[in-house]
Design a protein around this ligand. Structure first.
Ligand SMILES: *Cc1c(COP(=O)(O)O)cnc(C)c1O
Length: 398
């Protein structure tokens, strides 16, 4: 991968035709180090959030050794890249053949379930293996999360207690897990979820080896400034002490967004400017899913294609490249006056659920990537950066 000092150099040297991810490896390092050093839990990186090899490699380099895979493809990807990685297959519904191959071909020993039927499937597909770790995913409140995930998965207290008892009979280790919802803005979500998990354990009346507090740890966006990451650890640790588990029970977590959101920004090209309306080459079917469908405001800055000085900030309507009229950023976006074809907009902190959500719709979806060395975007891990971009006001607004 080529390295440039800043995205300005990419624009000057390449005038890239395709949407171009600007990769900042030190942001992955900072986030991963934080989880490894400050969070006394085993961190399983949720691969689906950004499975790009350069991101995975940077995480590994920084000390992440455990991975949460949601599909056989992700299991295969991680085993191929990191033969020594610890892989957990944490989708609550897995095809039987995927479990078989995960266990027998890829050495996966950790599985999740939220039903008796899925537990039986795991036991049968692994031929009643003696070395399984089974996590029981419980339903918890997703209040306070910007993207609730509680609609689909998670067992009720009574169901979870029964699954836990059955799992205890067959598995080498058992645990409880949950997901408080993605981009959880309140640390207290974990206090509530862990109290719920404790109730399940008491009701089941079995010993539990692992408490897995899931994902949901936040990132910083233009319209979302979460509490300090330290507050999340403090809340999890305090809640863990109050749980009804053995002294030596292990604490696990499954961060996705929090580890990689800051790892990449995206340079998009202005293909047409009609006054205060611009058409750029990535959108809702590309990396901007959350920006369009959830209305999230990502920090942005404009970079002129020919080095000319850009004007004062004004409000734009920003359209994506596909023929779907829904392919536009909701509301207005503050960018400098005078943008024209061949200028670029850089969208910051798009490393989580950006490239991984991108589709081929309308023949788009191809992209490039380059490494950059600047640090203009707000961070939860690197202090005193981001001030520049925030202060010039180049962020989306309604
Ligand atoms: C998506 C997912 C995660 C990661 O969630 P974030 O909100 O990105 O931290 C973790 N665990 C499971 C089971 C998931 O599906």
């Amino acid at each position: 991968m080529h390295t440039y000092a800043t995205p300005y150099n990419i624009v000057r040297n390449l005038q890239p035709e395709l949407p171009t991810y600007c990769f900042r490896p030190e942001r992955v390092t900072a986030a991963a180090r934080w989880f490894v050093e400050k969070f006394p839990a085993q961190s399983f990186y949720a691969v689906k959030v950004n499975p790009a090899l350069h991101v995975l490699d940077a995480l590994w380099e920084a000390g992440i050794r455990s991975f949460d895979a949601a599909s056989e493809k992700e299991v295969q990807l991680i085993r191929g890249r990191f033969p020594d990685a610890r892989i957990a297959f944490l989708h609550p519904v897995k095809p039987r053949h995927a479990i078989e191959r995960a266990y027998f071909n890829y050495g996966v020993r950790i599985y999740v379930t939220d039903s008796v039927a899925e537990l039986n499937k795991i036991l049968e597909a692994t031929n009643f293996a003696q070395d399984l770790t089974i996590l029981v995913r419980i339903a918890v409140s997703n209040e306070g999360s910007a993207l609730p995930l509680s609609g689909k998965f998670g067992a009720s207290t009574a169901e979870a207690a029964e699954i836990l008892r059955l799992a205890r009979r067959h598995a080498d280790e058992v645990g409880v897990s949950f997901h408080v919802g993605s981009q959880a803005m309140k640390p207290s979500a974990w206090a509530q979820a862990m109290a719920d998990a404790s109730r399940v354990i008491i009701e089941a009346g079995v010993t539990v080896d692992i408490v897995d507090v899931g994902g949901g740890f936040p990132a910083i966006y233009a319209d979302k400034t979460p509490p300090e990451m330290d507050d999340y650890v403090a809340m999890v640790m305090r809640s863990f002490e109050n749980m009804f588990v053995l002294e030596n029970a292990e604490l696990w977590c499954e961060p996705g967004r929090a580890l990689v959101a800051e790892s990449e920004s995206l340079l998009v090209r202005v293909d047409l400017a009609k006054g205060r309306e611009i058409y750029v080459n990535d959108g809702s079917y590309g990396a901007l899913y959350d920006a369009v469908h959830e209305g999230w405001k990502f920090p942005m800055r404009a970079i002129s294609g020919d080095g000319r000085k850009l004007g004062r900030m004004v409000e734009y309507t920003v359209y994506g490249p596909t023929c779907d009229s829904a392919d536009m950023l909701p509301g207005k976006v503050w960018l400098p006056a005078g943008l024209t074809e061949g200028d670029y907009v850089e969208i910051g902190n798009i490393g989580a659920y950006g490239r991984s959500m991108s589709t081929q719709f309308n023949g788009f979806g191809e992209s490039e990537v380059a490494e950059v060395q600047d640090s203009p975007w707000p961070s939860l891990y690197v202090s005193a950066v981001g001030a520049e971009v925030i202060s010039i006001g180049s962020m989306a607004t309604n």
